[in-house]
Structures are given as C-alpha cells and as structure tokens.
Ligand binder design. Structure first.
Ligand code: PHE
Length: 405
C-alpha cells in the first residue's frame, strides 16, 4: 500500500505509487529477518598489550596461558597476539555489535603436522539486544551454574547458545525459527609474509555448509572469557579435530565495555585447520611453502571444489635433455605418452626448450627437457641414466625419429 512504510533488510522505506516491490519478493529475498551483517577487520596490528590479550578477557593474573614459554613477548607490556580474542573488548567498546576479526596469531608450541608458531584465526562476536538478561536481585558469583552465568537467566543463556550454534553449525534453530547465515571468510596464508595474507579466498556459508557430510560434535570447554564454553570438533580421517572454541561472553566484559544491556556470544576459528580439512592438506607447514607446486594448486582464481591437495615429492628433481628430428605427423603428446609409458610417475614434467628448422632440408628438430622426480627417494645418476636410455630407444623405435642426441 502506497504510503505505508515497508521494511527491507532491516531498514524502513516509504513506497509511493511508482513503487512495485511485491510482498513475495520481500519475503523470499529477505526471509531471514534481523540477519546480522558482520563488520570485518583484517588488518589490526598483531602487537597487542597484555591488557588486550589477557586482562580485558578476564584471564587470571597467574594463568598459565600468560607464560613466556607459551607466548612471544616484546616486553613486559606487549606481545604478539596469541588469539584474535585480544580485540574483542576494544571493538565492543567502539560500539560494534557484530564483527569478525581475521588475524595472524602467535604461540610458542611444538612444531608438527598440526602446530605451527604462527597461524590464523577468525574471531566472531555478536551482541544480542532485547533479551531479558537477568531477573531480580544483583547477581551473586555463587549463582553460577554449568548452564549459565550468575548474571544470566537460563533462558537468556540458552537463547544465546542456540543463536551461536545456529550461526556456526546450522544445526540448532534459534527461538526466532531462522538460521542465521554467517559469511565465513577463509584466508590462505601468504607464505612470505607474517602480516595478514594477500592471497585470500572468500566463502559463504557455515561450518555445515563448508564440510557438508562431515560429522560434528559439541564438546564442553573452558575459556576465562566465556561461559558456558564449547568447542566444535569435526571427525576427519579417523580422528576428532577441534576447529573452534566459543561461548557466551562473560557479562563482566560487556559491562566493562559499556554494553551491560546486551548479551553476547563469541567464537574463534583456526583457519589453517579448516583449510587443511577442506583441501586435504596433510601438514600445516605446507602453508609456509614457497614451492610453486603447492601455491599453484591454490591459485585464487581456481574453483573451490576443485582444490584438493595433490601430494608432491620432497626429493630433488633431476633433468635430462633429448633432441630429435620430428617424424611425420608428430605431436608433443606422443612424446609425453611414450615417456610416461617408460618412467610412469617418475616423470614430473616435459618442457620444449629449443626448436630448430634446418635451412636446407626443412626438417624440424625439438629439444625437450625431461624432469624426473621420485616421490620416495633421491635418484642416483645411474638410475636416471637408465630411464633416459630407454626413453631414447623408445623415441628411435616407436617414433621412428632419427639422430637422437
Ligand atoms: N580465543 C580462543 C582460542 O584461541 C577461542 C575462543 C574465541 C573461545 C572466542 C571462545 C570465544 O582458543
């Protein structure tokens, strides 16, 4: 009806006679009401204060997570952030009520397949307004329960947790009956930079959306800055892998940031973990590889579903050149087939490195470089020579090419 305000994506508009949006386009397109739009921060400086990384998150003064053996301190007051949670409080204080923080995080840790001293996280925080947080008298710390903080009613905590779970895994529906959809941005690490990655990859969806068939489970957890706290684990290649930590934000953090009328939830996801599962990357150290055989597999313009890690050898390549006059009806695929027939997977690549057409008799010769590499050992000279000899014989015999060098 002309003149009556209509709501589109959270804002109100007044249509006139010219207006022709139909009720159905509005309900179909914007069915998800109140969908939060998350502000994105991806270049916050990685050096933070002890106050940001720990104090603002209620990490106790003597907590082990503060230790010099777990963190990279610059001095007594500053360190490389150990998690993106370090930015929660300041951003809430700035008035943001739904945001994502992407960043490189630093932890002293053993180095193995799943751990590396630098990795990336995305932090998500959402504040919920219009929720009755607490009823009655001033909360008393002794009223804390496994299900909720002393500052929250059971209903309020359940509401927040359901909204959080719905956002992340898409399995629980919120009391409003909708599934919030959160854009998840996965960044692949730019190998030669410790700063936020240049090569990034944007994806829409939830954990469920990302992993589809994969089995998930919620596990009770503890973080000083959330309660209740949960971890989401994904069953992958025979083991349960922790992919994120989350929970209902401690009300004291919100109160301190000037948002005592809100309830909030937060999560932190390890991005390499997600990428490792998604792309079947077996070792976190590969993210720091400068090997083109790795980087090319994850070029930013490649379709996501085609990105599955193809193993490549860590042993050195050995190359041999071969030159011959081209037989009639020759195509380079003939050579490729013939070499593969003899060397199998030991051949990594074949390049044309020189081409020559004889000025008198007009015949053309090609010089190819054949690169051999084994997946499981370093070749000896004799072994490569032996393969190369058989390739030459086969070129002479099968291609009927002459004057092979
Ligand atoms: N900062 C936590 C970690 O790095 C993850 C987390 C974020 C947990 C937000 C709860 C809420 O392990």
């Amino acid at each position: 009806v002309s003149g009556e305000p209509i709501e589109v994506a959270g804002r109100s508009f007044v249509p006139d006679e010219y207006g022709n949006v139909t009720p159905s386009i509005l309900t179909d397109r914007f069915r998800v009401r109140g969908r939060p739009s998350f502000a994105i921060f991806d270049s916050l400086h990685p050096v933070v204060t002890v106050q940001q990384n720990f104090d603002s998150l209620l990490v106790p003064a003597d907590h082990v997570s503060r230790s010099r053996s777990d963190n990279y301190y610059i001095n007594k007051e500053q360190l490389l952030r150990a998690h993106t949670s370090a930015h929660q409080a300041e951003l809430i204080r700035q008035g943001l009520d739904a945001f994502l923080v992407f960043g490189d995080v630093y932890r002293r840790d053993e180095i193995d397949r799943n751990h590396y001293p630098v990795f990336h996280q995305v932090e998500g925080v959402k504040l919920l307004r219009d929720v009755v947080i607490h009823e009655g008298a001033t909360p008393d710390r002794s009223d804390r329960r496994p299900e909720h903080q002393e500052a929250h009613t059971l209903d309020a905590a359940t509401y927040a947790l359901n909204d959080l779970k719905a956002t992340l895994s898409g399995t629980a529906s919120t009391s409003q009956g909708h599934r919030a959809r959160l854009p998840i941005l996965i960044k692949l690490v730019c190998p030669d930079s410790l700063m936020p990655p240049a090569r990034c990859l944007y994806m829409l969806g939830l954990i469920e959306h990302l992993f589809g068939e994969v089995e998930q489970r919620w596990v009770e957890a503890y973080f000083p800055f959330t309660h209740p706290s949960l971890e989401l684990e994904i069953f992958y290649q025979g083991e349960w892998l922790e992919v994120l930590g989350c929970g209902v934000v401690e009300q004291a953090i919100l109160n301190e940031a000037g948002t005592d009328h809100c309830l909030g939830w937060a999560f932190g996801i390890g991005l390499e973990r997600i990428a490792m599962i998604l792309f079947e990357i077996p070792d976190i150290r590969l993210f720091w590889s400068t090997d083109e055989r790795f980087l090319q597999q994850f070029a930013a313009d490649r379709p996501l579903h085609s990105m599955k890690f193809q193993p490549f050898s860590k042993y050195p390549p050995t190359d041999r050149d071969v030159t011959f006059w081209l037989p009639e009806a020759y195509s380079p695929n003939h050579l490729a087939d013939l070499v593969r027939e003899i060397a199998g997977d030991l051949v990594e690549s074949i390049f044309l490195i020189d081409e020559f057409t004889h000025p008198k008799h007009g015949r053309t010769s090609h010089c190819y470089r054949i690169v051999y590499r084994s997946m499981d050992k370093t070749f000896t000279t004799e072994e490569v020579n032996e393969i190369q000899d058989r390739v030459r014989q086969s070129i002479a015999h099968d291609l009927k090419a002459r004057h092979i060098r």
